[in-house]
Every structure is written in structure tokens, then in C-alpha cells.
Design a protein around this ligand. Sequence first.
Ligand code: AMP
Ligand code: MG
Length: 417
Amino acid sequence: MSEVLSCFDPAANPGGMLPVADSIAHILQQVAAPEISEMVALTDATGRVLAQDLISEHNVPQQTNSAMDGYAVNSATVSPDQPVKVIGRVFAGERFDGLVGTGEAVEIMTGAPVPEGADSIIIREACEIIGDQLSYIGPIKTGQHVRQAGEDIKQGSVALKKGNLLRPQELGLIASLGQKEVAVYPQLKVAIFSTGDEVIPQGESLPENCIYDTNRFTLTGMLQRLGCEVLDLGIIDDNQNAMETALREASAKADMVISSGGVSMGKADFIKNALEAVGEINFWRIAMRPGRPLAFGQLDKTPFFGLPGNPVAVMVTFTQFVQPAIRKMMGQADWQPKRMVAVAEERLKSREHRTDYSRGVYRINENGQLVVKSTGAQGSGILTSMVQANCFIEIQDQFSEIEAGQTVLIQPFSDLL
Ligand code: AMP
Ligand code: MG
């Protein structure tokens, strides 16, 4: 079956399961970064990934200018006990044509260019004006309240590197270069479907022993958050023909295909048969909880993920395996989940040789310390645990448990979900 599994040494990890890090590495090897780009309006670029280095054609800011409303002076030529003569005024968008000489000042507004001869700004609140005479409360630190030309971005420098995810702050920076459009990598189209005769669509009454489909909705939300277009193929009947047809259609139309359910041990073999008929898929048992079974491979040339069926396991395996793959395929340079170190507020259960992704709630305690505790029941079908949580507590393979007071890694949902 899998050459992928053969590179894994079972002696190092009893139970014959693939470590999480190895699984991620194999997946990332098998998905490609994008090669083409497109121009989009800056107003449509949120969440897209920059496809070229952006070089600034000018200094930002263009001119040395005032950061405050006040008076521009040459700091070496004025002192608090000598009256200073106000010789003019300059507004933002204008310039003062004269020179600021010894003992002189020009009234200046925030954003206005600092006149020639001046090097510092005395804020208006520190000044008293009588006629054209200014007195002020000193001392002056040379260069105070002055923004230097190019202090944000130097002319000719790389303002933003390709591979950057465009968040609101990146859009602002690009706008400051004067660009209305930006080159980004294409959006990904991702096909999703659910499997299982017991899985029922919303709007129908729920037959006995059945469950409403939740996975297509968590997947849709997670994919939309990543900026993907979602192609929803619904719930596919538990039979091999229906499955093969769905897989062929999905791989032809989409850049990635994701299913949930039907990949665990002891399942009816038709999903495996269908996958093997249409593509090259490896069935992995990953040393993690929740989410042990995972199928990954290519349907024709389209990457395929067969996620477990349990709703929490879907969200865990998506964030840990699918999200990095999507980020790479989107052209993003930085795909690692963000982790922080927190102190466990209570004893946390785990098992050696397995990574646990408990649902946790982190907070800053009374001593200013980042602490975390579990949301309680951790069953892989308990979606409430995801709703209550604000992070995964990632308990790594070497720990059989975490004592209260010990540190653990957390993955905050603010970066993940
Ligand atoms: P499976 O991996 O197909 O054995 O599914 C594992 C568990 O997840 C079973 O209890 C399924 O009923 C449940 N499950 C599978 N797919 C879904 C879904 N789309 N929505 C909610 N629960 C599901
Ligand atoms: Mg199933």
C-alpha cells in the first residue's frame, strides 16, 4: 500500500502509528505552491496571498513632516527663556517657502512638511503666543515630533514580500505605495462531501439512529475563513458507484477534495475501493487524538483528504493537516499553527506516543500568567467542547499526563479557526 508508511519506524513509536509531524511533512511534500497569479483590486484582496515582492517607488512618508500640531524650530537656536518669533504658518498638503532662521518658528499642522532650517516641533500645548512672540516650556530634544522621510518605507526597498497573507494592515501598506491593484495567487476551489447512511441533511426529519450532517458546515466555515471557494457535493450514499462518480466529478472541478467519514478501521470497504479506483490514496493511522484515521493522496492530480467522521476529529485534522496544505497551495510562506506556552490549571490526561488536542480555555490569571484548563468532556463527537474552547491544548507524544502547574503548548483559535 504505502511507501509513505514505510519511511516510518514503528520501533520509535509503538502501535505502528504515524507521528503528527511526519504526516504533515509527507502532506506538504505532495502539494504544490501556485505558479500563476492574477491582479485584483485592493478592495477585493483581503485574505489573498501576495504573488510578487512589492518595491516602493517613493519614500513613505514622502517628505519629512510634523507628527503634531505645534511650532517648527531649529532646536539649537531657541531656548525657553528667549522669546521666539513666529514668521509663518504651514498646513498639511502645503509647503513653507522660507527658511526658519535663528530664534524663529513656523506654526505647523500635523502632516505638514517641516520647513527648511527647522529640525524639531514644539507641541502647541507647550507654547504661549502673544502677538507673533512665542514662549515655550522646554527643553527640546532635537528631532522631537518629526517623522523622517522614508521612515516607514524607504524608496527602492521591498515594502512587502511575496507569500504574505494580505490582512487589513498589509492592504494599508500597499495603498500607501499608491497601488489600487495587487498581484495575488488564485483562490482555491475545494470540493467537500459527507459520507454515511446515518448522516441526514438539514430540513429533513431525523430518522431513528441517525445524525444531522455537521461536518460539511464546519468544513465550509473553515474553508471560507481561509479564503477558499467551496464546492459542496452534499452527502454521498454509502455505495461504491456513487462514491466513484462523486470523486471523479470533484477532482475534475476542484483544486482539492475533502470528505469526512468512512476512513476508520472496520468500515465498509467501498470507500477505500472507490478511492483506490479513482486515485492513489494512503490510509494512515496517526498517533493523535482525536482524529486517528486519515486518508491522504491524489485523485488524478488533485490532492484528497479523507477526514474521520467524528465532528471534533474533523476540525482537529483539518486545522493540523489540511490547513497547512491549503496555505502552501495558496502560496503562503508561513503555514505553522501559532503556539504559545501556558501553565496547566489542572491535571490534563494524555497518553505517551500520541499527540492530544484537548479543547481548552486559556486566560490571563490574577498573577498575569497565561493559564489554561480543559473544557471538560473531550469525546470526539462533543462539538460543544469546540464551542466552549478558545484553543487546542497540544500535549505532545512524550507526555503521559500533564500535572497542574506544568507548562503545555496551546494553539489559540484566534489564529486557527
Ligand atoms: P465514521 O468514521 O464514518 O465511522 O464516522 C465516525 C462517527 O462520526 C460516526 O458516529 C458517524 O455517525 C459520525 N459522522 C460521520 N459523518 C458525520 C457528519 N457528516 N456529521 C456528523 N457526524 C458524522
Ligand atoms: Mg461513516
